[in-house]
Design a binder for this molecule. Structure first.
Ligand code: LRH
Ligand code: MN
Ligand code: MN
Length: 392
């Protein structure tokens, strides 16, 4: 059994310092297009979403930032929201723009052939930059539902030119200490062609924009069988991996808990991160969750997800890099694969429990949360939770 002392001091400090950003929308209700099941105690406004996110941070000690989605999280006074977050021991992370739930955007937002609608979508992003200013956020996160359903519906190339121009206008409005991150997704809601379908397209736009534009990799946004860790490696080589949206998929963009469907894939991703020394807090890579908890309670669902990322990270840090390199250079296939599998198959839960106790936290965050009485309290206090997510 491994313990904390089995990690070298540098690996240990990386694990101690690792933080995972939470999505505000994970605390709201969501569902499928068939049904949204509400959970008791669901937040009624962004202030309550932050309160719930702060519980995840309180028990894991590893989730000090919350990402907002605008307009889902619109409030009258964003400075008050910032102060509220700080009073709870968390702060506002990335600001996500939402230009996909307005009738005007039926044929797209930043790629729309109608110039007045494209201008409206650009203005929505400038508004997000104002929210960044008020909340102290340094990142604008852009995901577009833009695309077409039928061949010939619009001109593929013209849509890219419009995107190029729209993104350039938005990028120009960022201050020097702010960045833009651009997320790709291979399908949905468009089915024939999506305007930012893959990491290559996102990277090309980021490179055209400038050094403060980076790619977001959402683990649920790939075709089955895609080697995601290869993409991670390549974006890290290019210095353009801005953030992860972590979640699990079985069939489509399922937004299930990270590490639930394929913990081995998560380990392989974290191995590339460790290999590139990108776990450092100043590496520029943000580790974020993008999940919806449709059946399970949301706060424990997020706690479990943070723990899953920590477990994959601890395993990646346990990889015997020297032995791995030696086996690779010797062409010893089985030994090289064995080094990775040894780390993956190690039970790191006791090691992480030790780490939490050292930080003054309960060794089992889930059990501690469930015993805290918070869930019963919010279920009694909050009636009529907010609808956050796709139906909002
Ligand atoms: C799109 C997406 C994107 C959105 C979020 C709610 O599928 O992953 O990150 O902002 O879901
Ligand atoms: Mn996402
Ligand atoms: Mn998604």
């Amino acid at each position: 059994m491994v313990s904390l002392s089995d990690l070298d001091p540098q690996a240990r400090s990386l694990l101690e310092q690792q933080t995972i950003e939470l999505p505000s929308w994970a605390f709201g209700n969501s569902g499928t297009r068939f049904k949204v099941f509400t959970t008791a105690g669901t937040p009624r406004d962004p202030f309550e979403k932050l309160a719930d996110a702060a519980r995840v941070n309180a028990y894991t000690g590893a989730a000090p930032r919350v990402s907002l989605h605008i307009p889902w999280d619109r409030v009258d006074d964003f400075e008050a929201l910032k102060v509220h977050a700080e009073s709870l021991g968390v702060r506002i992370g990335m600001i996500n723009s939402n230009v996909f739930q307005d009738d005007d955007y039926k044929f797209g937002s930043l790629c729309n052939p109608d110039e007045s609608i494209r201008a409206k979508a650009i203005r929505a992003h400038l508004d997000c930059i104002d929210v960044m200013g008020a909340t102290g956020s340094d990142s604008l996160k852009v995901w577009l539902a833009d695309g077409i359903n039928y061949p010939g519906q619009d001109d593929l190339r013209a849509r890219q030119e419009r995107l190029d121009d729209s993104l350039a206008q938005i990028y120009a409005a960022l201050s020097r200490n702010q960045q833009m991150v651009l997320e790709y997704k291979f399908f949905e809601p468009a089915f024939y062609a999506t305007d930012v379908p893959d990491w290559g397209t996102s990277l090309m736009h980021c490179q055209a924009l400038g050094p403060r534009a980076k790619v977001v990799l959402d683990t649920g946004h790939h075709a089955p069988g895609t080697n995601i860790e290869f993409i991670v490696m390549q974006l890290l080589r290019a210095g353009r991996l801005g953030a992860f949206d972590f979640n699990s998929r079985f069939y489509a963009d399922d937004d299930l808990m990270v590490g639930a469907a394929d913990p081995f894939q998560l380990f392989r991703i974290l191995h590339e991160i460790v290999r590139a020394d990108a776990l450092r807090p100043d590496s520029g890579v943000t580790f974020m969750l993008d999940q919806c908890h449709n059946l399970e309670d949301k706060i424990p669902g997020e706690i479990r997800s943070v723990m899953n990322v920590q477990e994959a990270t601890a395993k990646a840090l346990l990889v015997d890099r020297e032995a791995l390199t030696a086996a690779q250079l010797a062409g010893d296939v089985l030994a090289a694969n064995g080094v990775l599998m040894d780390a993956y198959n190690t039970d790191v839960r006791p090691l992480l429990a030790e780490l939490r106790e050292e930080k003054g936290l309960a060794p089992d965050p889930l059990a501690a949360y469930l015993a805290s009485g918070y869930q019963a309290r919010i279920e009694a206090e909050r009636i009529g939770g907010a609808q956050a997510g796709w139906g909002a």
